[in-house]
Structures are given as structure tokens and as C-alpha cells.
Design a protein around this ligand. Sequence first.
Ligand SMILES: *Cc1c(COP(=O)(O)O)cnc(C)c1O
Length: 375
Amino acid sequence: MNPVDIRIPPALLPADGRFGCGPSKVPQEAVARLASAAPALLGTSHRRLRVKDLVRRIREGMAAFFSLPGGYEVALGNGGATLFWGAAGYCLVRRRSAHAVFGEFSAKFAHEVAAMPFLEEPVTVESAYGDHPTLGHVDGVDLYALTHCETSTGVAMPVTRPPGEGIVAVDATSAAGGLPVTVGDCDAYYFSPQKCFASEGGLWVALLSPAALTRVEELRAGGRHVPAMLDLGLAVDNARKDQTYNTPSVATLFLLVEQLDRLNERGGLAASARACAAKAAHVYEWAAGSDYARPFVDDPAKRSDVVCTVDLDDSVDAGDVSAALRANGLVDTEAYRKLGRNQLRFGVFPAVDQVDVERLTASVDHVVARLRGRP
Ligand SMILES: *Cc1c(COP(=O)(O)O)cnc(C)c1O
């Protein structure tokens, strides 16, 4: 049977079919509120009160949501987590960084830093995809790079400080908002808002410790030339005035505030992490109990509660399953493209409803039965 001809019964279909790992589901209610706010907001100056108010609400809302320790600051700027890698290379790495590399995103940061002529070759500690390495102390390293959730594989790693000196930067792009964290255990917890924060891309947000802020100042004084867009000092200066260095997407700020307020109203990070864990548990239990699927990550402690990866056995083609799902409006369940596995990947970010995740797995069962020729 041609996968795209399979019809999933309406009773099984999720109310919302967006299961991608970023961009991910943006609640329609938030978009509706943006539409009604738009005439007085979109197309107005980002240096005026309405837009600065959004930045202030992001800074205050993030501080509350993450129970930010004293002295930590929320900075933000354009360009997303990818830009932050460049900014971190310029403004946080003094000479040499060490990276836990266990997927596409963690590898990209290491590559970015490796190409910077004013830095020494970074240390990389790698593990096979589906696992994560542990970073121990490395002599001469002044920044340790962790990835809270490796979105390409669905592996989550703990946020902990390697012993000794060195600041700790954590790529939390898919994790922030859905996985538990003690922000005091790191110095730069950075992310983009198109994953757990149900907004659009193009922005980075970073929670910076006093040690990270001191490092920025130290390197600023040291005379390294930093392109303005990558200058975390400029980003911090502007954030303190509730603005970004250059023009932001006001719609992105608005949608981020919407989701942040909702998550704070619903019990903050602890409640959000519990809800994501329940959705992920459903997926992993379904896969483990299935005769054709299993969780890709062997160690249950390393399985992400926001990005769920599920391997299928050779009797079922994951590409066919995703194509059939897509034809029924259930989108972006494909595995990370470069992973090259017979795999499905589901984002179960805070905006995704538990009942929709349950319907998603029921829909997959339906599709697989039809692909195997059952009525
Ligand atoms: C999505 C993602 C990125 C890239 O984010 P952009 O906003 O596209 O720059 C980086 N790291 C991780 C872990 C991600 O999930």
C-alpha cells in the first residue's frame, strides 16, 4: 500500500499534528492574541515602551521560571543558538574549550570554535550517538561545553560542573523549559525559543552567571576584536535596558512571552518538566511494548523527556511511516536527517498535549498495521 494513501481514522488523530523538534507547535491561541495585539505592536519601534515591555517580561519571566540565582542575568539577541556558538567562542572562551560531543549540535559548536584562529584547538570528548560522554577536568581548559538535550539523537545529559576552574556553557536549545535544571550548576544556559518556548526562531536567550559576565568583561578589556553581532558585552548592555542590540522579530518576542507566562502560571519549571516526563514516558513505554519499535537510547536515564527517538525494526520503513503520518497532518516525525537511522523522532515540548501524544502513538500503530497489509 502506498503510505500516503493510508487514512488514519479521525478518532485516532491528534487535535494538533505538530510533533517537530523545532520549529515546533505554536499554540493557535497565542497567534490569535498576537493578531489582536498586532495593530499597536507589529511595525512599531523596538526602542519604545511596548516592545521594551516584552523584553522586560522575558527577562523577569525567565528569572522566575528558572529560579535564577542572585547575580545571574538574562541576555538575548538575534541569531538563535547557532549565533550564540560564535558569540561564546569570541566572548566566553579565553584560550581553550572542552566539548562533550554526542550528536550534530554538540559537534557544530566544537567545529565553530576549532576554526577560530585566536583560540587553541578545542578538546572533544565523544561518545557514540545514542549515548553521552562525561566531561572531567582538563588542564588548561577555561570553558566546558555541554548540551542538555542533543536534539539530533534524543539523549539528555545532566548539567554538572567538571571539577576545578573553568566556566560551563550549556546548549539548552531543546531542553530549556522542559527538562529540570539547577541553573546555578552552570554559567551560560542558552537556547532558542522555537522549541519548549513555542515561539519562532531567530532569537537566542542566555542565562549568564557572574563568572560568565566577568569573563565577557575580561575578554572585552583584552583587546580581542569582536564583531558587534557576536559581542555578548553589547547584548548584556542592551538587555539591561530591556532591548536587543539590533532590531528583533517582535512577533517572536510576543509569542515567547505568551508561552513563558503560561508556563509560569501553570507551576513553572517543575510542573512543566513533570508534564514532559509523562508524555515521554508514554512514548518510551509504547515503543518498549511494541513488536516493531524500541527506544533508540538504551539507558533509560539518558532518554530525553522532550525529544523522543524511537527505532523501528527492519520490517517497517520509518520513512514510509512518517510519510503516511504527514499525509494525515501529523508532521515532522522524521529522524534527524544526518543520523541515517530507521527512526521516528517526536518533540513532546510543553505546548504539546498529553492526549495528542497518546493519539500519535495510536496513529503510528494504525499506519504500521496498514503498511503490513492488515485492514
Ligand atoms: C535547534 C537546536 C540548535 C539550533 O538552534 P537555532 O535556533 O536554529 O540556531 C542548537 N542546538 C540544539 C541542541 C538544538 O536543538
